[in-house]
Design a protein around this ligand. Structure first.
Ligand code: Y12
Ligand code: CO
Length: 171
């Protein structure tokens, strides 16, 4: 089932998500819904809070070298924790909760992350580049943050002005 993606400045996006304690059918349904929602919105990553569920869950499905978004490469991460970060990279990010806005964000280039899969089995992933960007972007959502909070003061002011204008136009 496709769920509604909440968008900035919805206050729910500021919620600090809680750990999942039970790996049951309800969790699997949520993960399946998140995947369907992300794919239908043409996204590559989604956190549960973006569908108004304040749990430490994220999914990532980045296109491979052939530019195919293969479901076999889908990452489903429950209660993830970044245990190591190093290096620096700048990547132009977008977010399904801030549709139509893209900006360069500086993040670590190389990370190690620990998480559980949908069956409660512990996983460790070491990654860099674009996938590391996606992990860090989605992990921020779990902390109640959105990528625009990383903008400089001037860029943030410009964003807020443009976003307000866009929301008024929509009404
Ligand atoms: C690198 C940078 C950021 C991430 C986080 C995940 N972000 C997304 O999946 C963003 C998707 C997105 C899709 C949009 O829709 C289309 O392009 C058709 C979009 O544009 C609009 O909604 C108008 C904006 C964002 C991972 C890796
Ligand atoms: Co996002």
């Amino acid at each position: 089932m496709i769920r509604e993606i909440i968008t900035y400045p919805n206050k729910l996006l500021r919620t600090k998500s809680k750990d999942v304690e039970v790996f049951n059918e309800e969790l699997h349904t949520l993960l399946d819904d998140m995947y369907e929602t992300m794919i239908s919105a043409k996204g590559v990553g989604l956190a549960a809070i973006q569908v108004a569920v304040p749990l430490n869950i994220l999914i990532i499905n980045i296109p491979n070298e052939e530019d195919i978004q293969d479901k076999n490469e889908l990452i489903e991460a429950i209660n993830p924790k970044i245990t190591h970060k190093d290096g620096v990279q700048v990547y132009q990010e977008g977010c399904l909760s801030v549709p139509g806005y893209y900006e360069d964000i500086t993040r670590a280039n190389h990370i190690i992350v620990e998480y559980f899969n949908r069956f409660g089995e512990k996983q460790v992933m070491e990654t860099e580049g674009f996938l590391a960007v996606a992990w860090q972007h989605e992990m921020e959502h779990l902390e109640g943050h959105v990528f625009i909070e990383n903008l400089s003061f001037t860029k943030r002011q410009k964003f807020e002005k443009e976003w307000k204008r866009k929301l008024k136009e929509k009404k």
